[in-house]
Ligand binder design. Structure first.
Ligand code: CA
Length: 558
């Protein structure tokens, strides 16, 4: 009898594995991702996007002994911005044209699945031929493609399981975003606000790819907020959503940033233009908007508010507060109450001249003549430039130091509107692109350790060529980031002192992560040059940086 029961039990177990895979990732594992040091299951190293690890084998004292363990070639010459996801000893990483599974210890390829594109694809993508990584859930690997498809692959084999189309590349819709799986829903954003799209966020069934919901970031005239657009302007209103949102599982709320309005020329679209340059708090099951906060109403300057919405539980004026923080492209560092969207702090973290501050009652910027003249069509010099005070490259929040470590930009831009003409699949900007930059003479960027409540830097580490790499911080007191000239770097989290650096094969525009396997702490980062700064800056100092994407993994010398 016992033997029969055991056999029956094993059969049930076997069927469970057959349907879900031995290594299936669950909601619970994703929720615990920020504290699971043996895996990197979430984009942002946790649903909170803090990019902080409690590991400290690599620390201020030992980091000088960090050496490469292996290097894996992507066979790709584009910008490599993919965040590696690590699960049970396997790294899942992407380029724009392939998804790869690599053995985390040895660097040996397990599988590689290519993405094929229609020939017109690269022309209809704004700011880099890239992809920012996968999400892993229930034995499947989810990614997006430049021609706006969401794909699920079998995590074991790389075989494509389903493919769902989110938008038409011929109409300017494209995708680079790493998906978010929240409460069992695959959630994706969209790119293309420079091509006159109408932006949205989508929810998909992870098992089948069935479309579950779509929340437009630009309301139609009959929806709430529809009155912030005149006439038909909402149809081309932009509002892209190209960076992965954060998720608070207790509040069952996803926080997703929204990009610039289209076209840049704001005279075309009078009104606040909701929900461009905003953060949306969404229900993951339905996509329903719980609240929104708009950072830059009627924005002329391409101040996408897509960058990471970092979640932290902070003590603010003596009160434990569920906070959301964002180093906004508009130059202000915001702290909001994430339960209701109330503004708690907003201070400049770089030079800003388009507004003197943020009205703490209304949350609206107090604009200067620069904004007024820009809207009137006069040529202005604006700080920050259209690349922002910080672009997409994600910061890290270290709950032990209470500081946000961010790669910030220290230059302005010149801005002059021109008439905007819409043609499907073409740039729709209404901005003169012939004279874009006000570089100044100093360093063009800083790695800053920012106090979220004041925007002030405890320390800053300048670089002549700005950094466009993500940042990682650890309980070992180390901050990792990289240079466009290829140096992977480690800094002291308290002082900003350089502790270590290593020259990788190309420029770094990736997102460093760390985990521990069999008692060894590893750090991984992609190297591979070709993102927005290299495409548009004309910075000749980068002429000798070789392309060539690869994944580097480091550990302490044994
Ligand atoms: Ca933009």
């Amino acid at each position: 009898m016992k033997r029969v029961a055991l056999a029956a039990g094993l059969a049930i177990l076997a069927s469970h594995f057959a349907s879900h895979g031995v290594n299936a990732q669950t909601n619970e594992q994703l929720v615990k991702g920020a504290t699971d040091t043996s895996n990197v299951l979430n984009y942002g190293m946790g649903y909170d996007l803090q990019r902080f690890s409690s590991l400290k084998q690599i620390n201020k004292e030992t980091v000088k002994n960090l050496v490469p363990v292996w290097n894996y070639s992507f066979a790709d010459d584009r910008s490599e911005e993919s965040q590696p996801i690590v699960y049970q000893g396997v790294i899942y990483v992407t380029t724009h044209s392939a998804t790869m599974a690599v053995d985390a210890k040895t660097g040996k390829q397990i599988w590689k699945t290519k993405v094929e594109y229609p020939p017109e694809t690269p022309r209809i993508v704004c700011c880099g031929i890239i992809n920012r990584g996968v999400a892993l859930y229930d034995g499947k690997v989810f990614r997006t493609t430049l021609d706006a498809n969401v794909i699920a692959l079998d995590a074991k084999t790389g075989k494509e399981l389903w493919r769902s189309k989110a938008g038409d590349i011929k109409e300017g819709y494209s995708m680079t975003v790493a998906p978010l799986v929240a409460d069992g829903v695959v959630i994706t954003g969209i790119s293309g606000a420079e091509f006159g799209i109408r932006g949205f966020i989508d929810g998909w069934d992870p098992a089948t790819g069935k479309h579950l919901w779509r929340t437009h970031t630009i309301p139609s005239p009959d929806e709430p907020g529809g009155d912030t657009w005149k006439g038909d302007t909402w149809k081309l209103g932009g509002g892209s959503t190209w960076i992965t949102g954060s998720y608070d599982p207790d509040l069952k709320t996803v926080y997703w940033g929204v990009g610039n309005p289209g076209p840049f020329n704001s005279a075309v679209r009078p009104g606040d233009n909701l929900y461009t340059c905003s953060v949306l708090a969404l229900d993951p099951k339905s996509g329903k908007i719980k609240w929104h906060f708009q950072f830059s109403p009627n924005n002329p300057f391409d101040y996408d508010a897509v960058a990471e919405m970092v979640l932290a539980d902070m003590n603010i004026e003596g009160k434990p507060t569920k906070a959301l923080m964002n180093a906004n492209r508009n130059g202000f560092f915001y702290v909001l109450d994430r339960t209701n969207g109330k503004l708690l702090a907003a201070n400049p973290y770089v030079k800003v001249n388009w507004a003197t501050g943020i009205d703490m009652k209304t949350g609206r910027p107090i604009e200067t003549e620069v904004s007024k003249e820009a809207r009137e069509g006069k040529k202005v010099t604006v700080y920050p430039s259209i690349l922002g005070g910080k672009n997409w490259e994600p910061m890290s929040f270290n709950p032990q130091t209470g500081l946000a470590y961010a790669n910030t930009l220290a230059f302005g831009g010149r801005y002059k509107t021109v008439p905007a003409v819409y043609k499907a699949g073409e740039w729709y900007l209404g901005m003169d692109l012939s004279d874009l930059w006000e570089w100044g003479t100093g360093p063009r960027g800083h790695l800053k350790a920012i106090d979220p409540m004041t925007g002030k830097a405890k320390w800053e580490e300048p670089s002549d060529i700005p950094r466009f790499s993500g940042v990682l911080s650890t309980a070992g007191g180390v901050v990792f980031t990289g240079q466009l000239t290829g140096e992977f770097e480690a800094f002291d989290a308290d002082t900003g002192k350089t502790l270590w650096q290593f020259q990788t094969g190309s420029g770094i525009e990736g997102q460093p992560v760390t985990w521990q396997q069999d008692g060894v702490q590893y750090v991984a980062v992609t190297s591979g040059y070709g993102g927005v700064y290299s495409l548009f800056s004309g910075d000749e100092r980068l002429a000798n940086v070789p392309p060539g994407g690869s994944l580097w993994v480091f550990a302490l010398k044994q």
